[in-house]
Design a protein around this ligand. Structure first.
Ligand SMILES: NC(=O)C1=CN([C@@H]2O[C@H](COP(=O)(O)OP(=O)(O)OC[C@H]3O[C@@H](n4cnc5c(N)ncnc54)[C@H](O)[C@@H]3O)[C@@H](O)[C@H]2O)C=CC1
Ligand SMILES: O=C(O)CCC(=O)C(=O)O
Length: 444
């Protein structure tokens, strides 16, 4: 049995009931096979794969809070500190009812390799809670965030672990978390990223994941003699990543015709009006069905099936495993030629394989959504220097980082005879740096 097969078996046996974690590890390890085989003795001697798939630490805790009716509510809270070989743990917090250890381990594992690709000194971690901010008052969200931080503050710090946002955690939540951290520790430091601009947040962090996705999409298209301008695009989700992916795609001349939330999807043949989406989602926190009430050319459909709309480019920006085999079959049948993941692991393993086998250009999330954590890294730099760069400066650096990621991913795939396989390229390039750092630091 090969080293990779051996570890895959062990991961499944040692981590029962963690299907998302198994999936993420399988995707990575299978595409690392060529690299691992070529360096097997060194990696085995250093236990690299065994250590890569085991989080350094998982903190799990109770989060009690009081709702607006005076009732005590209790949620589960977690922080998975996965790997700090190349820098302090870094990665978002997710507040969503589906959150469990499997999901946070898959996200933390992906984050290690993603952060490596950015070229910035960041290790990987992830955290969150099964708390659902949807439908909660601002006071309830604040009470929850303060209680969450009452435990989390013991484990984080600007040089140890720096959380940020993810699903259900945006500027409002990061603000409440930061306020409580400061109150508990008396430290005003860059312990969280995605902060509000008046208290150490970076300009362009809000836009970074979506913009970065479109920058690397553009690189991938150009490298394959295609262009974004004039193309029809579907973006899934309607949260932070989706909104700013739509904004940049529209700026670069694409027509975005559909987006969704977990209840259903909206199709607007005239092109999505982003100012209306922003008002619905960022200001009023309503469902996306509201868009069809406000725009007469739009049609809302309850449930799944957004992939049945004809498009050239599909950008899944909602959540894990949202795009399955049925979805990609519909996309391919309708002539879609590129998919770039804004979300983390939105495409199932079978669906990814189908896209690649059918010649669809495919950029995996750990490369294509790395813009968010990259600007988080830049926020840390600005906080450390106690200064703020302009929007244009940060955006320019973001673009440079995404261009570099594309080059690294493309080169790594070519080095191992996998030209055009950006899944392999991203996994190899991300892994090599982390593995080398782990070897240099000894068995820790
Ligand atoms: N915010 C960030 O900077 C980054 C986020 N990501 C990933 O991007 C994805 C989206 O995150 P955000 O936009 O930040 O979250 P968000 O909370 O702002 O938005 C999430 C969106 O996805 C939709 N959604 C959730 N579950 C869904 C489902 N089952 N079907 C359809 N739609 C669904 C929600 O309705 C919402 O519109 C996640 O996978 C996250 O891990 C990745 C890198 C950075
Ligand atoms: O900005 C960050 O630190 C984390 C972003 C994130 O959670 C992700 O890349 O999935």
């Amino acid at each position: 049995m090969s080293y990779v097969e051996e570890i895959l078996e062990k991961v499944v046996a040692a981590n029962p009931n963690e299907p998302e974690f198994h999936q993420a590890v399988k995707e990575v390890l299978e595409s690392l096979k060529l690299v691992v085989d070529a360096n097997e003795e060194l990696y085995r001697k250093n236990g690299i794969l065994e250590r890569l798939v085991e989080p350094e630490r998982i903190i799990s805790f109770r989060v009690p809070w009081v709702d607006d009716n005076g009732n005590v509510q209790v949620n589960k809270g977690y922080r998975v500190q996965f790997n700090n070989a190349i820098g302090a743990y870094k990665g978002g917090l997710r507040f969503h009812p589906s959150v469990n250890q499997s999901i946070l381990k898959f996200l933390g594992f992906e984050q290690v390799l993603k952060n490596s690709l950015t070229g910035l000194p960041m290790g990987g971690g992830k955290g969150g809670s099964n708390f659902d901010p949807k439908g909660k008052s601002d006071r309830e969200v604040m009470a929850f965030c303060q209680s969450f931080m009452n435990e989390l503050y013991k484990h984080i710090g600007k040089d140890t672990d720096v959380p940020a946002g993810d699903i259900g955690v945006g500027a409002r939540e990061v603000g409440y978390l930061f306020g409580q951290y400061k109150r508990l520790t008396t430290l005003f430091e860059g312990v969280l990223t995605g902060k509000g601009i008046p208290f150490g947040g970076s300009l362009a962090r809000k836009e970074a994941t979506g913009y970065g996705l479109v920058y690397i999409l553009d690189d991938m298209l150009k490298a394959n003699n295609k262009e974004l301008a004039g193309k029809t695009v579907i973006v899934t989700g309607s949260g932070n990543v989706a909104i700013y992916a739509i904004e940049k795609a529209q700026q670069l001349g694409a027509k975005v015709v559909a987006l969704c939330d977990s209840n259903g999807y909206v199709y607007d043949e005239n092109g999505i009006q982003l100012d209306i989406v922003k008002d619905i989602k960022e200001v009023k926190r309503q469902r996306i069905s509201e868009y069809a009430n406000r725009v007469s050319s739009a049609k809302y459909t309850q449930g799944k099936g957004i992939w049945n709309i004809k498009c050239d480019i599909y950008l899944p920006c909602a959540t894990q495993n949202e795009l399955d085999l049925d979805g990609v079959k519909a996309l391919v049948a309708n002539g879609c030629f590129a998919v770039a993941e804004g979300a983390n692991m939105p495409t199932t393993l079978e669906a990814t394989k189908y896209l690649q086998e059918n010649g669809v250009l495919f950029m995996p999330g750990k490369a294509s959504n790395a813009g968010g954590v990259s600007v988080s890294g830049l926020e840390q730099s600005q906080n450390a220097m106690r200064l703020s760069w302009t929007f244009e400066e940060v955006d320019e650096k973001l673009k440079g980082i995404m261009n570099d990621i594309f080059t690294k991913v493309d080169d790594a795939a070519k080095r191992y005879g996998q030209e055009g396989n950006y899944v392999a390229g991203a996994n190899i390039a991300g892994f090599e740096k982390v593995a080398n750092a782990m070897i240099s630091q000894g068995i820790v």
